[in-house]
Design a protein around this ligand. Structure first.
Ligand code: BG6
Length: 507
């Protein structure tokens, strides 16, 4: 593997949840696997008042609770914690950045990190345009043979215009190859495996087109609600929170052409072409092909559960969608006429993300019977039961030719001694290495927003556009079923409704 250059990882927003639950535990797991450079420091930056010691104590708790590889490795933990430092500054005050610069220089002198810095912005998004500017005022953006990279957490903009503006402001001080836009779905092992499934097997790719594929389903279901993020979520909703980024990234991996090499530009060029080929939703399709819903109070297995409007920091009259289903098309040679169905929602019966390829049935139903010619289904299970499932027809042993659908099912859990790294491990490592393949490029990000923007505009201009209530623990509004229903076609339901209530209503 490529050697990682010595460097300091500067985390802005270090007192927040992401640092505690994801970033520092992921760094510790990288350390345990001996993947960090020899001279490596983490500098947490935030407004809160921590000393190095009190910050390390907090991070130690985060590691013990959330690292995958901790397993009571106290000695390693202590050693790793000693590489973490903390600096309290007012991140929206440009003059505080000279203190940051001196701190970094001091770390360089003491720990031989050689002026190489990776900045991670995990702050409120209002600071995303400011921090890079203030870093640049101190010259901390200048490469001059050094590592000067910047990772931006999601959300990257709240609409097309704000995303374009943010890109422009970043590009005023950093070059595109210094900017790493985070979408943690791309760090998932199973998402990357979609490329391997498609392009390392000779049996799938010849069938991977409009001639053999009937439709494609992409689902990201969550059983949790908005938890303590009501304030953020109410201004966002499922379209911005999940579709614009994670689901469209999955779509790009399913639909892209094979790149000529495995390289960041080659792969990201192909993804961009997919976004550019998505058919814009017409005014009529905005009504018929986009279904939004919001969870409402209902009984799940006998227990009453609160609705979205009762959540903390949510407007009691909110019309924010916690569920969305869409039908869309990619207008290119490979995919002409193949519908792609996307859905995501909170408070659904289970947590599951998967991509389902529905192949067309054989041209002749030779054996008769319901299961004899369904068309094969390939399920790429992203999480939580990571794996690959192919549904195929088999002769029922005995007389005649009765056909039954059976599963050829691979689970990652069957791989012995194989460690599945977390998305943040992979993505942090890549940014440290300088490989942006699994980060979103600015042009693709704007292109994804271009598809989403008319939906946002339509809801803004028509606040009374249907918003359907769906019971907690159900698979979402009934209208979403109608979106996909056709002869013998429904969404795939990895598990049954848990809701005791059949309350579906328009809100
Ligand atoms: C985040 C969203 O980007 O992704 C959350 O903001 C969502 O609302 C989360 O819960 C889902 O990620 P994962 O990895 O649990 O599927």
């Amino acid at each position: 593997m490529k050697q990682i250059t010595d460097q300091v990882l500067v985390i802005f927003g270090a007192s927040g949840d992401l640092t505690y639950r994801k970033l520092v535990p992921a760094l510790f797991d990288l350390y345990i696997q001996d993947l960090l450079p020899e001279n490596f420091r983490v500098l947490g930056v935030a407004r809160s008042d921590f000393s190095d010691d009190s910050f390390r104590k907090k991070m130690s708790e985060g590691i013990t609770n959330y690292s995958s590889l901790y397993h009571s490795r106290k000695e390693e933990l202590d050693y790793f914690l000693s590489s973490i430092h903390y600096l309290s500054i007012n991140t929206d005050n440009p003059s505080d950045y000279s203190t940051l610069k001196s701190e970094l220089e001091q770390l360089d002198t003491e720990y031989k990190t050689d002026g190489n810095y990776l900045f991670y912005l995990s702050t409120p998004p209002s600071l995303y345009p400011l921090i890079p500017r203030y870093l640049a005022l101190q010259g901390l953006n200048k490469k001059e043979g050094k590592i000067r990279r910047i990772i931006i957490e999601k959300p990257f903009g709240t609409d097309l215009i704000s995303a374009i503006n943010l890109n422009q402001s970043l590009l005023a001080d950093f070059e595109e190859d210094q900017i790493y836009r985070m979408d943690h779905y791309l760090g998932k092992e199973t998402v990357q495996n979609m490329l391997v499934t498609r392009f390392s097997n000779s049996i799938y790719e010849p069938l991977w087109n409009r001639n053999f594929i009937h439709h494609v389903e992409i689902t990201a279901a969550e059983s949790i609600g908005v938890e303590n993020r009501g304030g953020y979520y109410d201004g966002s909703g499922a379209l911005r929170d999940m579709v614009q980024n994670h689901l469209l990234q999955l779509l790009a991996f399913v639909a892209m052409e094979p790149p000529s090499v495995i390289g960041s530009d080659a792969i990201r060029n192909e993804k961009l072409k997919v976004f550019q080929a998505i058919r814009p939703l017409s005014h009529e399709n905005l009504l018929t092909d986009v279904i939004r819903g919001q969870y409402i109070a209902s009984k799940v297995k006998g227990v009453m559960e609160g609705g979205y409007r009762e959540e903390k920091n949510v407007n009691p009259e909110s019309r924010t969608e916690t569920y969305i289903a869409l039908k869309m098309f990619i207008d290119n040679w490979r995919w002409g006429g193949v519908p792609f169905y996307l859905r995501t929602g909170k408070r659904l019966p289970t947590r599951v993300s998967e991509v389902v390829i529905h192949f067309k049935p054989a041209p002749l139903n030779l054996f008769g019977g319901d299961e004899s010619n369904r068309g094969n289904t390939l399920v790429m299970r992203i999480q939580p039961d990571e794996g690959l499932l192919l549904k195929t027809g088999m002769k029922v042993p005995g007389s005649g030719y009765n056909v039954k659908e059976v599963n050829m099912d691979f689970h990652y859990s069957q791989l012995q001694d194989t460690y599945l790294p977390s998305a943040y491990e992979r993505l942090l490592l890549d940014a440290m290495l300088g490989d942006p393949t699994l980060y979103t490029r600015g042009d693709a990000l704007e292109s994804a927003w271009s598809f989403v923007q008319p939906i946002l505009d339509y809801w803004q201009e028509n606040p009374e556009a249907p918003l359907y209530g769906y019971p907690c623990g159900s698979w979402g509004p009934e209208g979403a079923d109608k979106l996909i229903e056709g002869k013998d076609i429904t969404w795939r339901y990895p598990c049954k409704n848990l809701s005791d209530d059949g309350i579906y209503c328009e809100l």
